[in-house]
Design a protein around this ligand. Structure first.
Ligand code: ADP
Ligand code: TYD
Length: 208
């Protein structure tokens, strides 16, 4: 399943859709199959990016404009790429990231302002790497929101934008999957955890 350059797998979708759960299960399944995957997340995934994460996910929704968020998420991603993702891929590992640039394309680029061109331009100049395989976990926004808020993580700044926002995000991720059909796979998230995990595994077997 690994090429010389490793394999970069990302999970995307709205808050509470089950990305973190599925990313962890995929890492466990890969370990059981004899691989040595690296499981990471955004915003975060390196010490510097985890510091930036706190600025982004805590506090009131109006704390940052969409433009400032793009800069902060891209700064965090650059550090994540330099310190965590690129070295692991260079070592031939499978890297699984819970969110990556598609989240910026949808949250900041499509939903919170017509800033998609700016997201893509910054991504091209500062990051320059797309995932090889992207699993878009899809489900109804209100059900995902109540799953996410039930966690009471204290990191609910984006959940606090509300249900209509989450509904637009859901559509944004589906549009994005249609835009990048070669790497994006839409997975129905409102099913038992193990059923979703089986589908994720079979997509990986087919695509890697
Ligand atoms: P995300 O990373 O997309 O925000 P999580 O994986 O953290 O989502 O899941 C959000 C909540 O929903 C957690 O409490 C998790 O245990 C639960 N959950 C995840 N997947 C499922 C599922 N398929 N069915 C029911 N509950 C789930
Ligand atoms: P995350 O911890 O993945 O939240 P959740 O587990 O609830 O899905 O991400 C924190 C929030 O940051 C989430 O609401 C989505 C948002 N986000 C963006 O707006 N843009 C981005 O580029 C990324 C990576 C995340």
């Amino acid at each position: 399943m690994t090429s010389e350059e490793g394999l970069f797998v990302t999970f995307e979708g709205i808050d509470g859709s089950g990305k973190s759960t599925q990313a962890r299960l995929l890492a466990e399944a890969l370990i059981a199959a004899g691989h040595d995957p690296l499981l990471t997340r955004e915003p975060g995934g390196s010490p510097g990016a985890e510091e930036i994460r706190r600025l982004l996910v805590e506090g009131p929704p109006e704390r940052w404009s969409a433009e400032t968020e793009i800069l902060l998420f891209t700064a965090a991603r650059r550090d994540h790429l330099e310190k965590t993702i690129a070295p692991a891929l260079a070592a031939g590992k499978i890297v699984i990231s819970d969110r990556f640039v598609d989240s910026t394309r949808v949250y900041q680029g499509a939903v919170r302002g017509a800033l998609r061109a700016m997201v893509d331009e910054l991504h091209c100049r500062m990051i320059g790497r797309e995932a090889d395989i992207t699993l878009v976990i899809d489900m109804q926004a209100d059900a995902a929101l109540s799953r996410g808020l039930a966690r009471r993580s204290g990191e609910d700044r984006f959940e606090d934008f509300g249900g209509a926002f989450q509904q637009r995000l859901r559509q944004g991720f589906l549009d994005l999957a249609a835009e990048f059909p070669a790497r994006c796979h839409v997975v129905e998230g409102a099913r038992p955890v193990q059923d979703v995990a089986r589908q994720v595994w079979s997509i990986l077997e087919r695509s890697a």
